[in-house]
Design a binder for this molecule. Sequence first.
Ligand SMILES: Cc1cc2nc3c(=O)[nH]c(=O)nc-3n(C[C@H](O)[C@H](O)[C@H](O)COP(=O)(O)OP(=O)(O)OC[C@H]3O[C@@H](n4cnc5c(N)ncnc54)[C@H](O)[C@@H]3O)c2cc1C
Length: 321
Amino acid sequence: MSAATATAPRALTAPVDRPTVSFELFPPRNPDAAPKLWATIQALESARPDFVSVTYGASGRTRQTTRQLVRRLLRETSLNPIAHLTCVDSSREETTTIVEEFLDEGVRSFLALRGDPPADAVDWHPHPQGLHTAADLVELLREIEGRRCAVSPAQAVRATVRPLSVAVAAFPRGNHATGGTRAQDVASLLAKQQAGADFAITQVFFEADAYLGLVAEAREAGVTIPIIPGIIPTTDPDRLLRVQDLTGVPVPRALLDVLGGADDETERHRRGIRACVDLVNGVLDGGAPGVHVYTFNQHRAALDLLEGAHLGGSGEARQPL
Ligand SMILES: Cc1cc2nc3c(=O)[nH]c(=O)nc-3n(C[C@H](O)[C@H](O)[C@H](O)COP(=O)(O)OP(=O)(O)OC[C@H]3O[C@@H](n4cnc5c(N)ncnc54)[C@H](O)[C@@H]3O)c2cc1C
């Protein structure tokens, strides 16, 4: 692939310097979609990601399918799944039950989110007995784990061998869904860290400076946890515009023009991967610890992107640690 040859291989001083690679998946929308998702998962597994994260539908709508997918990933693959979890539409008690269910199944990694109302909700209010912020959920996760370890020495040993890890969200341009600015998001990120978050994953962005600016502001404010950039492969203009509508993150006109000027699908894919490789190189050169790729349950663009950025991919096995 020409994008792969456009840049020199990333110089690594030691294998441990290799950036992390991870993927976001969503649970299959219906049973018919499951076989295709599993083919995707097998293809992504070849890139030996550090983890894969599994989304949780608005207001816990995919609670069962998220659980089923995470359980199957744990049992049938070598992948390390992170379960997304939202809290804003459940009571504290309900959220506690859900966390206990995940922990009972051996899940040790969560992405703790506040969550948004469903898109079609009219006159929606947060649950009156619920948690109000992602930081509250991080705190609850730590509290539940502490309680389980306190009553069970066996659990305490397991927790030493496989510690609970809690990730959170960060927003390079502020959170448009809540009308939040970047300064508010940095304050919220600091609160999540203080509650016990281990690392953050960002919302999509299209310019390296958006990510690097967030990291600089966060460090200035006292945030020390790693912040992993969330990257969407920029190959499909229709998808980019849908993401723009959903997140409020504007897609640069220049990127849409580059994609729109392609003669065919193959050329558009090649141009999109090249633009995204530049973005990945920009954030890694600026110190990003790795990349989290929003796959939309499709492997080709994700793997071509990794190959182009010399992070492994379809044809290139990643070096063992
Ligand atoms: C990587 C990633 C994955 C996601 N996955 C999912 C998913 O699977 N399912 C889903 O439904 N949604 C998902 N979302 C969307 C997310 O739930 C929403 O964007 C939600 O609006 C905010 O979530 P949060 O966890 O950042 O909330 P919070 O950090 O709690 O923020 C919510 C609002 O409160 C403000 N706030 C909170 N604490 C403070 C504070 N101490 N000081 C100042 N302001 C504060 C924030 O600025 C923000 O406006 C994801 C988002 C990202 C970036």
